[in-house]
Design a binder for this molecule. Structure first.
Ligand code: SAM
Length: 249
């Protein structure tokens, strides 16, 4: 029955959220407390943003990173494998991970602190609020790593590659900004390919079985927590790289 099918897909993610990312209550409190001590973590909710705005908006490079390097985001970063991994591998870019779950982010915060990385920051907030954090032309690249595919049709607008979210990103990305989607979900892969076609966006690369491709690509160099889990279950990893703005002729 279709309703059962929907329930199963959504249920899979709920099971992961509940059991795989489980951090004991005591541990969680310890992580939340340690998060308060990191000077590369920013935690903002809607009320705070409404009242005072975000102080580094438009000034991330001048006042935080202290360089002119391109800014790269990871949305729904979880433990921040791409934020930290790319920051280590590319010395010439600045990396910011966004997620709402502070206990998960703690891992990336701790690792980047221990490594002394100066090109890493994390923001704990809802991705829906992302326009409060950047001015136009401030961001060059976005990585969306294993987001919830939001399988229910009533939640299509919540997909991080929906036109709603692409319009958010367009407001602060450079004209030639690039978006990377890495996912286990065939539904989200197919949906994103449709959006790219409908919006006439430049498609730079796509595959629904990344590790079966011969190309030597940066995207293969890091595997996230969810990715390892899906690979362990024999699920192929899908990857799309596209431009944020339509092709103009
Ligand atoms: C399936 S997990 C993937 C985590 C990580 N990227 C990985 O591959 O292991 C999705 C992540 O997105 C975060 N998330 C989902 N919706 C969000 C939202 N609206 N705002 C901020 N974070 C969100 C969740 O907290 C979770 O950590």
């Amino acid at each position: 029955m279709p309703s059962n099918k929907k329930k199963t897909a959504a249920h899979g993610y709920l099971v992961c959220e509940k059991f795989l990312f489980r951090v004991g209550k005591k541990n969680k409190l310890k992580r939340f407390a340690e998060n308060q001590t990191f000077d590369h973590l920013f935690q903002y909710n809607f009320q705070e943003l409404q009242a005072n705005g975000f102080p580094l908006k438009g000034q991330w490079n001048d006042r935080f990173f202290n360089n002119d390097n391109p800014i790269v985001l990871e949305l729904g970063c979880g433990k921040g494998e791409y934020t930290v991994g790319l920051a280590k591998a590319r010395v010439g870019t600045n990396h910011i991970g966004f997620d709402i779950k502070g206990a998960r982010m703690w891992k990336g915060l701790k690792e980047s602190q221990q490594l002394g990385l100066k090109n890493v920051a994390f923001v704990r907030t809802r991705i829906e609020l992302i326009n409060h954090f950047f001015e136009p032309d401030e961001v060059s690249e976005i990585w969306i790593t294993f987001p919830d595919p939001q399988p229910q049709s009533s939640r299509i607008r919540k997909r991080l590659t929906s036109p709603v979210f692409l319009n958010y990103y367009r407001k602060f990305m450079k004209a030639d900004g690039i978006v990377h989607l890495k996912t286990d979900s065939q539904l989200l892969y197919d949906y994103t390919m449709e959006v790219i076609e409908e919006e006439k966006l430049p498609l730079h690369f796509h595959t629904n079985d990344l590790y079966a491709t011969a190309e030597d690509m940066e995207v293969k160099n890091f595997r996230t927590f969810y990715e390892q889990m899906w690979l362990g279950q024999g699920i192929s990893i899908k990857y799309i790289q596209f431009g944020i703005n339509p092709i103009t002729r």
